[in-house]
Design a protein around this ligand. Structure first.
Ligand SMILES: Cc1cc2nc3c(=O)[nH]c(=O)nc-3n(C[C@H](O)[C@H](O)[C@H](O)COP(=O)(O)O)c2cc1C
Length: 237
C-alpha cells in the first residue's frame, strides 16, 4: 500500500471537488441550451415585436378621409413600434381564443402572409407570436423597386409591406372561387395598413404593378405561394 501524505490526499480531494463542480456547470449549461452542447446554442432569427396599441389619436372616419396615396417619402426610418402596429393591422391576432385576425378571412382559412422589407432585411411576420422572422439580411428595397417596374417609391420608402398568399389554403375548401376570396382578403389587409398608416401620421400607396416571379424570388417564397400586393409606407414628404 503506497504511502499518501495528508497533503496529497487533500490535493486529490480538492481536484475531485473542482472536477465535480465543472461537470455540474457543464450539465447545467447543456440542459439550459435545450440539450445542445454549450457554446453551440442556436441563433434565434426571430424578433418579438412591441405590443400594438389599442387606441389611436384619430377616428376611423378621419383616417378614411385623410387617406391618399403617398408616393414621396422622407429619408427617415420607422420605429419598431410603428412597424409592429402596421403588421398587427394587416394580420395581427385579434381573437386569441380562436386565433382570428385583424382582417376577415373566408372560412378563417388565412391564406395570407405579410413580409416587411426594411433597410436591415426582409422579415416574415408571424401572427401567432407577433414576431418577425428574418428571411434575408440586407437592404433589398431597390431590387424590389426594380421588380415593381422601377417604381421609385418602393425603393424610397423605409418600409415596404408585401402581402403574399398560399392559395391552396382557401381553394382547397372553396375550389376556384377561393382565388377571388384571396384577392378580396388581400384588399381587407391592405386597407387596414393604409388606415393604420394614416393614424400613425404616415403615408402609403398600394402597388399592384410588379413582376410576380421576381418578387417571389426576392422574398424566397416557397412553392405554391404568390405575391399579391406591395405597400410602401413612410413619412410623407
Ligand atoms: C389594385 C390597385 C393597384 C394599384 N397599383 C398601383 C401601382 O402599381 N402604383 C401606384 O403608384 N399606384 C397604384 N395604385 C394606387 C392608385 O393609383 C390610387 O389608389 C388612385 O390613383 C386613387 O388615389 P388615392 O389612392 O389617393 O385615393 C393602385 C391601386 C389599387 C387599388
Amino acid at each position: 500500500m503506497p504511502f499518501i501524505s495528508p497533503a496529497d490526499r487533500y490535493e486529490k480531494l480538492l481536484r475531485a471537488a473542482v472536477l465535480g463542480w465543472i461537470c455540474c456547470i457543464a450539465v447545467q449549461q447543456y440542459c439550459e441550451a435545450g440539450g445542445k452542447p454549450a457554446g453551440r446554442k442556436e441563433i434565434s432569427h426571430k424578433i418579438t415585436l412591441e405590443e400594438p396599441r389599442m387606441k389611436g389619436p384619430i377616428s376611423v372616419e378621419e383616417a378614411i378621409t385623410r387617406r391618399r396615396s403617398v408616393r414621396r417619402f422622407l429619408d427617415r426610418p420607422l420605429s419598431r413600434q410603428q412597424i409592429s402596429q402596421l403588421l398587427w393591422a394587416a394580420q395581427g391576432i385579434t381573437d386569441k381564443t380562436r386565433g382570428y385576425r385583424a382582417a376577415p378571412s373566408a372560412g378563417a382559412t388565412y391564406p395570407l402572409t405579410v413580409f416587411a422589407v426594411t433597410p436591415e432585411g426582409i422579415y416574415r411576420y408571424l401572427p401567432a407570436g407577433h414576431e418577425l422572422e428574418l428571411v434575408r439580411k440586407g437592404d433589398l428595397r431597390s431590387l424590389l423597386a426594380r421588380a415593381a417596374l422601377d417604381q421609385p417609391w418602393v425603393a424610397e420608402a423605409p418600409l415596404d409591406i408585401v402581402i403574399t398568399a398560399e392559395p391552396r389554403r382557401t381553394t382547397g375548401r372553396y375550389g376556384q372561387r377561393g382565388m377571388m376570396y384571396i384577392y378580396m382578403e388581400a384588399g381587407h389587409a391592405a386597407q387596414n395598413i393604409h388606415l393604420q398608416a394614416v393614424s400613425l401620421g404616415l403615408g402609403s400607396v398600394p402597388v399592384g404593378a410588379f413582376d410576380d416571379d421576381r418578387v417571389a424570388d426576392l422574398l424566397q417564397l416557397p412553392e405554391g405561394h404568390i405575391p399579391l400586393y406591395i405597400i410602401p409606407v413612410g413619412y410623407p414628404r
